[in-house]
Design a protein around this ligand. Structure first.
Ligand code: GAR
Length: 217
């Protein structure tokens, strides 16, 4: 069974979506550890409720970012983690972690990459005036939201959207595509070729794009 390690900085609703997928038996995996860089992250409460080991690693205790990420990598390795899930982890991952888990770190981003990387992807989309945004699960490299795309969901931007309403609509799709990407990984169905991630089909149904149910007015 796939051993997962989760890194989170805050609310942890994507962490919860992975927990739920495991508990509902939609995902054959176990979460070995939650690591936070924030002692008041609500993700810690979720870990407690589900008896998941959790530790806080204080970035301020390390002289460099690389040393912090070396410590994170060491903790993940000591738990036998095979796949690292970034779930609202608000730091750019550095070489000591990426090198330890090549093509074995995933992130979720609240926009259709390569559009609107970095912070506040939803606000960036609103400010730009796009009509469709969405979310992206991708493998992590040392760049900011630059690794190979695994699954994307397209989400409409409504004329009266605020950052909050758009974020909420996108989040409901994040909670669908993140467990799905992890499931595909756990089934050995993700094949990375350069920038491209091919999904090995099971029943001839492509599963790399999720479209929302558009309502006809
Ligand atoms: C999510 O919307 C996630 O896509 C975003 O932070 C939120 C975390 O929510 N991540 C980023 O913006 C990363 N650049 P959560 O803590 O409830 O999962």
């Amino acid at each position: 069974m796939l051993k997962i390690g989760v890194l989170a900085s805050g609310r942890g609703s994507n962490f919860q979506a992975i927990i739920d997928a495991i508990e509902n038996k939609n995902l054959k995996a176990s979460i070995e550890i939650l690591i936070t860089d924030n002692p008041s992250a609500f993700a810690i409460e979720r870990a407690k409720r589900h008896n998941i080991k959790h530790i806080f690693i204080n970035p301020k205790e390390f002289a460099t970012k690389d040393e912090f990420f070396k410590k994170v990598a060491d903790e993940l390795k000591s738990c036998g983690v095979e796949l690292v899930i970034l779930a609202g982890f608000m730091r750019i991952v550095r070489k000591p972690l990426v090198d330890e888990f090549p093509n074995r770190i995933m992130n979720i981003h609240p926009a259709l990459l390569p559009s609107f990387p970095g912070l506040h992807g939803q606000k960036q989309a609103l400010d730009y005036g796009v009509k469709i945004s969405g979310c992206t699960v991708h493998f992590v490299d040392e760049g900011m939201d630059t690794g190979p795309v695994i699954i994307q969901a397209a989400v409409p931007v409504m004329p009266d959207d605020t950052e909050d309403t758009l974020s909420e609509r996108i989040l409901s799709f994040e909670h669908r595509i993140y467990p799905e990407a992890v499931r595909l990984f756990s089934e050995g169905r993700l094949v990375i070729n350069g920038r491209t991630v091919k999904i090995k089909e099971q029943h001839g149904v492509p599963s790399n794009i999720v479209n929302p149910p558009f309502r006809q007015e």
